[in-house]
Design a protein around this ligand. Structure first.
Ligand code: THU
Length: 139
């Protein structure tokens, strides 16, 4: 399936802002909200390596901070030999907001691959497993 060109160009643009001085591996991502609108992000590394945030998660946080919580499509781009799929932590993070997400991964040579998030994270743990407290009655 052909990747959405608007997501591709936004992800490539965002990748240029990646802060990856330790790995040198820059990643960009773009996410489409269910009601339209595109949000983008890049990976942000840290001298305390474990604090690094992947491009997919910065992108979701940008969208949520803008008040958007449901998404239809994401595209991730990196300069890898073959398009690289999201890490396990990002799969889980994405599942919270977009269990039916359509996902394209791309490299800078123009190769792309399509996935559905539900296939990348089968039998997923998600919000439905958490019992919600009864809403408080107004006093
Ligand atoms: N990275 C991402 O941004 N997304 C992924 O799905 C895989 C890994 C980043 C994290 C780190 O900054 C660098 O790539 C190397 O792992």
């Amino acid at each position: 399936m052909k990747p959405p060109q608007d997501l591709l160009s936004e992800a490539i643009k965002a990748r240029k802002h990646a802060y990856a001085p330790y790995s040198g591996f820059k990643v960009g991502a773009a996410l489409r909200g269910s009601v339209g609108g595109i949000f983008s992000g890049c990976n942000v590394e840290n001298a305390s390596f474990g604090l690094t945030i992947c491009a997919e998660r910065t992108t979701v946080c940008t969208a949520v901070a803008a008040g958007i919580r449901t998404f239809t499509q994401m595209l991730i781009v990196a300069d890898s030999d073959t398009p690289c799929p999201p890490c396990g932590a990002c799969r889980q993070f994405l599942f919270e907001f977009a269990p039916n997400l359509e996902l394209w991964v791309a490299n800078l040579s123009g190769e792309t691959k399509f996935y559905r998030l539900c296939d990348l994270l089968p039998e997923a743990f998600g919000p439905d497993f958490i019992p919600m407290p009864a809403p408080k009655k107004p006093s």
